[in-house]
Every structure is written in structure tokens, then in C-alpha cells.
Ligand binder design. Sequence first.
Ligand SMILES: Nc1ncnc2c1ncn2[C@@H]1O[C@H](COP(=O)(O)OP(=O)(O)O)[C@@H](O)[C@H]1O
Ligand SMILES: [Mg+2]
Length: 306
Amino acid sequence: MTTHHTSTRGEPRVALVTCAELVDLDPDDRLVLAPLAARGIPAETAVWDDPDVDWSSYDLVVLRSPWDYALRRDEFVAWAASVAALVNPADVVRWNTDKRYLAELSAAGVPTVPTSWVEPGESWQPPAETGEYVLKPAISAGSQDTGRYDLADPEHRDLAVAHVRRLSDAGRVTMVQPYLRAVDTEGETALLFLAGPDGLTFSHAIRKGPMLTGPDLGPDGLYKAEEITARTARPDQLAVAEKTLAAVPGGTRQLLYARVDLIPGPDGEPVLVELELTEPSLFIGYADGAPDRLAAAIATHLARRT
Ligand SMILES: Nc1ncnc2c1ncn2[C@@H]1O[C@H](COP(=O)(O)OP(=O)(O)O)[C@@H](O)[C@H]1O
Ligand SMILES: [Mg+2]
């Protein structure tokens, strides 16, 4: 049986989940606090691995910036499963925190960046052909442990082998992708969807500048700096995003938010690079009304639970 706990004043309790390195949230997420308060929803921040938090005391637990889970994803997924009021929900978190979901989406017909996978312990040599490639862990966020290699350069080939070995030795799966060079000019397009009365609804889009300048040379913080600007989504981008969302296991009604990240492929058509259902930056500061739309989305999910 489920019981709902509300404060003595009867106000709903909402937690915005972050990590210990970011106790005051990402500044962009703070923009939702005022529109939430205006709706009578006082939100608190909570650190996902803080043992003193009583998660059952919240009516809604909203994942926002738990960006330190990549090296302990099992712990994170187990925590998610223990929080009944979590959005996005635990099953989605389990599915979405391992980028092997890209293979499933590709099989479902979503145009997806071509990816091959290196299991820990498997030996790996760079492809014989030249060209630029990206190596990154299947479980990661914030562009960490992600590198770009020019296979015409013997030094890069050696560094690529070392990168895969470093990930393998840590028991991690490596993703190998062609470098989509259109990102250098057109950038990456992130399409943001938020829950509305009729389900998940497109809210806004942003452009993210290219992130990768060369080989990965080791750890460098929680996330890498991003260059973000507002962008208008094109119909072909929206179509790929809708196709992506239609393939999410369990459907999209359970989702508070979704972010679909696209880069043009070699033929200029958008391809999926990442589907962010766990801890996306939502970039609500880059679009008129987006902070209020996120507050409304939270209110919608809250109303379903109280
Ligand atoms: N195949 C690729 N081609 C070009 N750029 C890429 C590619 N894969 C990743 N990147 C760059 O690296 C960044 C981080 O990779 P991504 O797959 O989004 O992982 P995460 O954001 O979870 O760290 C992207 O925002 C993009 O700029
Ligand atoms: Mg990304």
C-alpha cells in the first residue's frame, strides 16, 4: 500500500535532486524555483546519495543534476528504484543510463549515429581506414572520458588504443563512433520536451557548440564547459525527435521531460547522438516561458500523485 506524506500545512513537498558537488543546483535549474513558488509549490534541493534524506517524505522527486553517478551507476540505479515518487521513473533511469539504448533505438528505425561497442577485456584496434572517430564510455555524462581521434595520425592511433584500454581496465564498455564533422559548423541541436496536459510536448531547442578538440587525456571535473545559444528546431529535427520518443520503452506519459540531441550525419540529415531522460540540462533560461512550462510540468506530475 502507498501512503502519501504531506507537510503539516498540507503543502506538497517536491525535491529537486542534485549531487554533492552542486548542492545549490545548476543555475539554469534555479530558474524554475520562482514559477514553482508562484504555483504554491515550494521545492527543496536534495543530494541523491545523502543518507539523511527521507525520500518517502516527498510527493515528487525530480531528477536534475545528479551528475556524479557515472562511476557508480549500479548504486544510482538502485537508489532510483528505492524512490517511489521519482521522475523520470526508475525503469527509465535504468534503461537510459547505459547508452546501449542507442542500439535499440536504431533497431526501431531511429536514425542513429553508427556505433560499435567494445566490451571490457575485448581486444581493440582502430579501424584500418583513416578519418576521425569518437571514443566514449557507454555510461557517462558531461562529455567526461570522451575523446576525438584522427586515425591518420599515428600518435592519435596510439592514444585511442590507450583510451579504450583505460576504460576496459575500469570495467567499462567503450563506444566507437565516426566523428560527425557537421558539429563543427552547425553544432548539436538539443530538442527539449516537457510534460503537458496532453502528454510530453515540445518546448524549445538550443544549439550546443562542438565539445571535442582531441584525444581524451584523463579526468577534468564534473562536466566540460558548453557553448549554448537558442535555436529554432526544424521540422526534420522534430520528426526524428518524435520517432525517438515513440520508441521509449513504457511510453512517454511517465516522463516529466526528455531531451533529444541531434547532429547532422554525413548526408546532412539529423541523427540521434543521445536521448537524455535521466539528468539533462534543460536550458530553460534560453527560451521564453520555459521556466514556467517546467513548473507546469512538475505541477502536472504532482497532481497525479497527490
Ligand atoms: N560521434 C560524434 N561526433 C561528433 N561529436 C560528438 C560525437 N559524439 C559525441 N560528440 C560530442 O561530445 C559531446 C558529449 O557526447 P555525448 O554522446 O553527448 O555524451 P554525454 O553528453 O553523455 O557526455 C557531444 O555533446 C558532442 O559535442
Ligand atoms: Mg550529451
